[in-house]
Write a protein that binds this ligand. Structure first.
Ligand code: PBG
Length: 323
């Protein structure tokens, strides 16, 4: 035999030499769940190892993660029902605990990259990403105004990246204009470009208690059966001024990650979502999978498919494993 591919696998040293894909903590954005109050650390039942944290606890967590080489964080608010209404009013109230906390986080760790989520669902009594009319329709253009106010309020806290996850049409341009008109031209937009209507968001909605009160998200999130729509969305996001394109979820959509990586020059992010974390965790806890190996393989596959950046709940565990 002239060709023996096994020669390039014969020792760890050679395997390391020929390894194509490398995942490091430089690639990660770590999602965090913020609780109102003090000294609170409440585990998410469907995401063992992931906690909702009050600000004091979150500062400790970020400090630890920075030491481990994780430099970017996406902070989501857990909003009590009493603060929710149809218009998501608290999302742009500068005195609301979430926006106050972002200011403190950014002031405490100016070197960290802090990302926020723009969508109405955590603050909405309807549990939808947009405004809901009497017939249950999700109103697009009326929602943009609220998203713009939310993005501006978040930018005012000093955060680095705005992440519109709402899937309303035209929101990237709308938000870009609002930010620029107010002097925030350096705040980036990481658009949830190809966000599918997925069953894998369940544990996240448990964490935030943000599930839709009625209906589903299929009139704004994408149909899992479709690939071409990802191109339509990516073209729009690029034209509208997005700095990063995101595919979400990651694992069941590796083809979409590759499609965007092959066709666009903007950095590609993949969101390794809550349900994907929960699956590995559950199997690991049952002893059905080697969790650490499965986690490494999973993250590698997302990077190999073409993601430059991975939003992942595994970030800290991965960093601890590679310390
Ligand atoms: C809010 C939002 C969701 C996620 C991120 N931002 C939930 C949803 O759209 O229903 C999901 C993240 C995850 O599952 O880890 N729009």
């Amino acid at each position: 035999m002239l060709k023996r591919p096994r020669r390039n696998r014969k020792s760890a040293a050679i395997r390391d030499l020929v390894q194509q894909t490398i995942v490091t903590t430089d690639d990660f954005i770590f999602p965090l769940f913020l609780l109102e109050g003090k000294n609170l650390k409440v585990e998410v039942e469907s995401m063992p190892g992931i906690f909702r944290l009050s600000l004091d606890q979150m500062l400790l967590e970020i400090e630890q993660c920075l030491k481990l080489g994780i430099k970017a964080f996406d902070v989501f608010p857990v909003v009590d029902d009493k603060h929710k209404d149809k218009e998501a009013t608290q999302s742009h109230n500068p005195d609301f605990f979430y926006l106050k906390a972002l200011e403190t986080i950014k002031a405490t760790f100016p070197e960290a990259c802090i990302m926020t989520d723009v969508a109405m669902d955590p603050y909405s009594s309807d549990g939808h990403d947009g405004l809901v009319d009497e017939d249950g329709n999700i109103l697009n253009d009326e929602t943009l105004e609220i998203l713009g106010a939310m993005a501006l309020a978040q930018a005012e806290t000093g955060i680095d990246i705005i992440g519109p996850s709402d899937m309303m049409d035209g929101r990237v341009e709308y938000i870009r204009d609002v930010l620029d008109d107010n002097g925030y031209e350096d705040v980036s937009i990481m658009s949830y470009t190809a966000k599918y209507a997925s069953a894998f968001y369940g544990p996240f909605r448990d964490a935030l208690d943000s599930a839709p009160k009625s209906g589903d998200k299929k009139s704004y999130q994408m149909n899992p059966a479709n690939q071409r729509e990802a191109i339509i969305e990516a073209d729009l996001d690029e034209e509208e001024g997005a700095d990063f394109l995101m595919v979400k979820p990651a694992l069941a959509y590796l083809d979409v990650i590759k499609l965007l990586n092959d066709n666009y020059d903007l950095p590609i992010t993949a969101y390794n979502v809550s349900g994907e974390y929960a699956m590995l965790k559950a199997a690991g806890l049952k002893g059905w999978l080697d969790y650490d190996q499965a986690m490494r393989e999973t993250l590698l596959s997302i990077k190999r498919a073409g993601a430059d950046i991975i939003l992942t709940y595994h970030a800290k565990e991965f960093a601890l494993l590679n310390k």
